[in-house]
Design a protein around this ligand. Structure first.
Ligand SMILES: [Zn+2]
Length: 636
């Protein structure tokens, strides 16, 4: 062995260094794979050996305040295929296509896909799934799945919302409370060989899904459905574009009903309701259809806003109920003539209370002028018109109003009667609720509690900040009651019930377009409000005045929901004739005597048969006979 030359020695040394470096690099690489990025490789290997079949959790129900299910979950079945296990591709595809009513070519394409698992159809009903099971097709898997169902179809569609293909909430409460309702997916792990076939004798591992929580809402399905029926009839009769009714508890902001018409079927949310304007793309129409007028849109409230101007004026001492005002059919403000709605006629001299009853614009222009722009703006902020109400639905719009330094005398005058700014219908009803509930802000809301199994978590909304004093609130309730008993709201009067409220006829922009929104915001009983409602009719044809169009609707609404809420009618002296009478006992009496007695009581009587004696009567003794109804006497 010859001795190496110096240069050769250098070469060997250099090569050794290279080898050592290479070894170091490889060790480092292996270490890196095993640590950080290595996790992915391990997972990929695991995925090749296992095949997950996801198990859907049960999505939590949404119920009304009495536990009635308004969004529920049904068991459905998902049909999938495992390519490696299929024996006859064409035969399998044909059987599936026929039973599931799918296109053969599409199914075949899926069946031929060389992947572990392909979903053929979701949300298959039990009967169909059973048919497929009975065919005993190799490589066809039937897994339990869920399907969202809405038992009341169109009812409260814009509020409840709907879910997408994977049962995730897309609109309404379904979207807002998705994280609570959805639960957690479970899975079935099956070990497979590299070619996709199951490894025999390995136990199936099952990770159970976690079911979603149940959302108990403040909605009362009976009030909701009644309100929907009522607004539908009104929109139809008035050939209006749309309509809205909101019913709320003014003390705590619980929403009993929010009825939009036209509506859509929650079980078919992508089917366009014919009543919607069919212009634009399908997406445009769908978005219009899913909109909730109460919270997604703003409008000029018009005269219902005079409630807020009045409350601010009284609270600040700028006006007293008996102050007198002169109408003159209008006011001159900053070189402009602003007319009273009654112009060219005038309301003449009137007290502030009469001004509210007459909805006289000059009275409110004067009150706002006495307050001044700064103070007026303060109340807009206090009432929260620059903010969302915080209702628990996605997409709530905010009021659009002038900046404080842009409110000159003219802007102030116009704002005093509800023009020159825009708010949502929900902002309006919430502000009126705060005015009459003793003076504190409420957060309108739908979620009442969340149930996990037996456990119930009540949601707390906290007591709102004070906007006006209790004294001002008391005065406002009295004044607004007189609007219904003596003023523009008289069409809502119901004997036996103290109802307060304010009408409005808002012009739609651009002004002069001849399009109006007729509305009425009312509450009852006036002395201690338990319900507040807003009726809004968008573009009624013919008569469009709020008092005349929305007034009778409010009367029907209140006449129905007040007794339903357990609020009993109390008749004063003037209303005695409207009070229902208690039926006396006529059975056994001579038919003629009974007839005479009933005539004296001014009760309409129907006599069936021509016997001498009364043998049966309807209503039975002790039951009530309403003023408009009658008593039937049966004779033999
Ligand atoms: Zn007037």
């Amino acid at each position: 062995m010859s001795r190496l030359s110096t240069s050769a020695k250098r070469r060997v040394f250099f090569m050794n260094i290279c080898v050592v470096l290479l070894i170091f690099f490889m060790l480092f690489r292996v270490g890196w794979l095993m640590s950080s990025a290595g996790g992915d490789f391990v997972k990929m290997a695991h995925d090749q050996q296992t095949r997950d079949r996801l198990i859907s959790p049960r999505r939590g129900n949404i119920t009304d305040r009495n536990g009635e299910i308004i969004a529920g979950t049904q068991t459905a079945y998902a049909i999938s295929v495992i390519h490696a296990q299929i024996k006859d591709e064409e035969k399998t595809a044909a059987a599936l296509a026929q039973t599931l009513q799918l296109d053969y070519a599409e199914v075949l394409k899926k069946v031929q896909k060389r992947v572990a698992l392909v979903r053929i159809k979701d949300k298959t009903d039990a009967a169909t799934a059973e048919k497929i099971r009975a065919m005993q097709l190799d490589g066809v898997m039937i897994d339990e799945d869920i399907k969202r169902v809405y038992p009341y179809n169109e009812t409260a569609a814009q509020v409840i919302g709907f879910v997408g293909k994977d049962n995730q909430g897309i609109t309404g409460l379904e979207a807002r409370y998705d994280s609570i309702l959805k639960g957690e997916k479970g899975r079935i792990l099956t070990y497979t060989k590299a070619n996709g076939t199951e490894i025999p004798n390995l136990p199936q591992q099952r990770e159970a899904p976690v079911d979603g929580g149940e959302l108990v809402t403040t909605i009362d399905i009976n009030i909701q459905r009644y309100a929907e029926q009522l607004i539908k009839n009104t929109v139809d009769v008035k050939q209006a574009k749309s309509g809205l009714i909101i019913v709320m508890d003014p003390q705590n902001g619980e929403i009993y009903a929010m009825a939009n018409y036209p509506s859509f079927d929650l079980n078919k949310p992508y089917e366009i309701t014919p009543a919607f304007e069919q212009s634009g793309s399908k997406n445009d129409i769908l978005n219009r259809m899913w909109r909730n007028f109460a919270i997604n849109d703003t409008y000029e409230p018009g005269s219902t806003f005079k409630v807020i101007t009045s409350a601010a004026g009284l609270e600040e001492g700028a006006v007293k109920p008996n102050d007198t005002f002169e109408c003159n059919a209008g006011r001159n403000v900053a070189d402009r003539r602003i007319k009273c709605w009654r112009a060219p006629r005038s309301h003449g001299t009137q007290t502030f209370v009469q001004g509210v009853q007459n909805s006289c614009n000059p009275v409110f222009i004067d009150v706002a002028a006495r307050l001044g722009g700064e103070k007026f703006y303060d109340y807009m902020i206090k009432y929260g018109f620059n903010k969302k109400t915080g209702v628990d639905l996605p997409g709530e719009a905010v009021g659009i109003m002038h900046k404080r330094d842009k409110i000159g005398p003219l802007e102030l005058a116009v704002m005093s009667f509800g023009q020159g700014f825009q708010i949502t219908p929900l902002q309006l009803i919430s502000a009126v609720a705060a005015t009459v509930n003793g003076g504190v802000r409420i957060t309108p809301h739908f979620a009442k509690s969340i149930k996990y199994g037996e456990k119930t978590n009540d949601l707390v909304y906290g007591s709102g900040e004070r906007i006006i004093s209790k004294k001002t609130s008391d005065t406002m309730r009295e004044i607004l009651e007189s609007v219904v008993s003596e003023g523009t709201g008289s069409k809502t009067y119901i004997p036996g019930y103290r109802i307060g409220g304010k009408t409005a006829t808002s012009q739609k922009l651009p002004r002069g377009s001849g399009k109006y929104i007729a509305s009425f915001c009312a509450f009852a009983p006036a002395e201690d409000p338990k319900a507040i409602a807003l009726v809004l009719i968008n573009e009624p044809q013919g008569v469009y005045y709020g008092g005349q169009v929305a007034g009778p609707v409010m009367q029907q609404l209140m006449g129905n929901i007040l007794p339903y809420l357990g609020i009993k009618a109390q008749y004063n002296e003037k209303e005695k004739e409207f009070a229902p009478l208690t039926a006396e006992n006529y059975v056994g009496m001579k038919t003629n005597d009974a007839k005479q007695r009933l005539e004296k009581l001014k009760i309409i009587t129907e006599i069936v048969g021509n016997g001498e004696n009364v043998t049966k009567q309807l209503p039975a003794p002790g039951e009530l006979i309403n003023a408009e109804s009658k008593i039937i006497l049966y004779t033999k």
